[in-house]
Unconditional design. Structure first.
Length: 419
């Protein structure tokens, strides 16, 4: 198992490119199950989650090939419409095969994802959406067993809270359902928009894209298409925070400034100068900047996927900040590890109080508990006195394409070490 070694103290400067968005590519690639033939995706990041996606698609009869950022998927009907526990347990997003399989074949057996480090993360809203489209859903021996004799039928889906994955599963089911489906309180994340755009390229009829109400007119058949995945706003945000926390000037290229607005607004409020250009964002150093409170919420709010990285930044702020996690119930696992690096943080159930002070962090061996928590610890390591070793970085590899190389190119002293 690899670890990440970081020596703190270097100022990061320069230009660095964002990769394609993990959270966009996963649902889009799973949506290829909706149409037989060859699908082609560009700007696909080199991630462990992509390898997991290939494995699950191959278990469903597809042929996949990944090379130099291009993923090709050739789809044909699977013998078994089954997503095994071994796959879903490794990557929760595998539950996104439910909608496409049910829509195309009227049946699907998909393992329940189970718990995860950032909370129980149930899939009840995914299942309710399938039922609203006429499916019968049972749970047996840890599996979701769904069927729709005669196919899915359009219906009204009202999500009690906005759910990214639930909206994506519902969309992928509705595009081939008979008649019209209306999804209310749909997630508005850029990744949901990117999925809509690919479904539309395949021939789906969707209106209201990017809003909380999506209307889908079911079609009989879809055809494979080609698509360039949007840039990863979470990776781009992580790299901007790397610039800010080390007091450097970092430009992230090949990103979408509009999708980064929630972070840019908070960085500006804290006193950083942030400039946006065509496909790029620059954060410039400030001798004095202050702590700013943040509450995570669905898009266009502050993303929960940047909460941990932002907390690393706030440990260096001049003053006290409150970070409220309103999306997930248990997403402060990084707090204990930051505390081991001498951060002054009091976590409550959903709120953490961070008493910032420049230079307070000291290097330590720490353990990554989830994907974004890993990024938080790497960022903290960049400014800690001495050396930090982050273990369990397979979490990091799930969602960051060569983060250490990108940070090295900006001047960080960081390397991957094998145990
Ligand atoms: C996706 C992202 C994840 C991000 C999250 C919120 C992917 C692959 N992952 O996760 O990185 O942090 O959106 O932006 O895109 N919930 C239920 N029942 C359900 C579904 C969700 O109670 O059926 C709850 C969740 O536990 C959570 C909240 O709803 O508290 C939002 O979760 P959701 O938007 O569904 O997150 P994911 O799609 O799992």
């Amino acid at each position: 198992m690899d670890k990440m070694w970081v020596k703190g103290g270097n100022t990061l400067n320069g230009r660095v490119s964002a990769s394609g968005a993990k959270n966009a590519v996963l649902p889009i690639v799973f949506s290829s199950l909706l149409a037989d033939g060859k699908h082609r995706f560009e700007n696909v990041p080199d991630l462990l989650d992509i390898k997991s996606t290939q494995v699950i698609l191959e278990s469903l009869g597809c042929t996949t090939q990944y090379e130099a950022g291009v993923l090709s998927v050739e789809v044909e009907e699977p013998k078994e419409k089954l997503a095994h526990y071994d796959y879903v347990r490794k990557m929760r997003a595998s539950v996104l095969v439910l909608g496409p399989l049910l829509a195309r074949y009227g049946e699907a057996k998909v393992s329940l994802p189970g718990g995860c480090a950032i909370g129980t993360r149930p899939v009840n809203m995914h299942l309710e959406a399938m039922e609203a489209l006429g499916a019968t859903v049972d749970i047996a021996e840890g599996y979701i067993i769904a069927s729709a004799e005669g196919g899915l039928k359009g219906g009204r889906i009202l999500f009690e809270t906005a759910t990214v994955g639930g909206t994506e599963n519902a969309l992928m089911a509705a595009v081939l359902a008979k008649g019209e489906t209306v999804i209310e309180n749909a997630a508005k994340e850029p990744e949901v928009v990117d999925l809509c755009n690919y479904l539309i390229k395949m021939g789906a009829q969707i209106s209201g894209v990017g809003t909380g109400i999506l209307t889908i007119k079911g079609v009989d058949q879809l055809k494979p298409a080609q698509h360039r995945i949007i840039p990863d706003r979470i990776e781009a945000g992580t790299l901007l925070i790397a610039g800010a926390i080390t007091g450097g000037e970092v430009t992230v290229t090949n990103c979408e400034p509009q999708d980064l607005q929630p972070l840019i607004a908070v960085l500006r409020e804290a006193g950083f100068k942030v400039d946006t250009g065509y496909g790029e964002v620059t954060v410039r150093p400030q001798s004095q900047w202050r702590a700013v409170d943040v509450t995570t919420s669905p898009h266009p709010g502050f993303p929960t996927d940047l909460q941990a990285q932002y907390m690393a930044l706030m440990t260096q702020a001049d003053g006290t900040s409150l970070i409220t996690e309103s999306v997930f119930e248990n997403r402060f696992m990084h707090v204990q590890e930051l505390t081991r690096m001498n951060a002054d943080i009091t976590p409550k159930t959903r709120v953490a109080v961070i008493r910032g002070e420049k230079g307070q962090l000291t290097g330590a061996p720490v353990m990554a508990t989830d994907l974004r928590a890993s990024a938080c610890l790497v960022l903290a390591g960049l400014v800690a006195k001495g050396e930090t070793v982050v273990s369990r970085i397979y979490h990091l590899d799930r969602g960051y394409d060569q983060l250490e190389k990108k940070l090295q190119s900006l001047g960080a002293e960081i390397k991957r070490v094998s145990e």
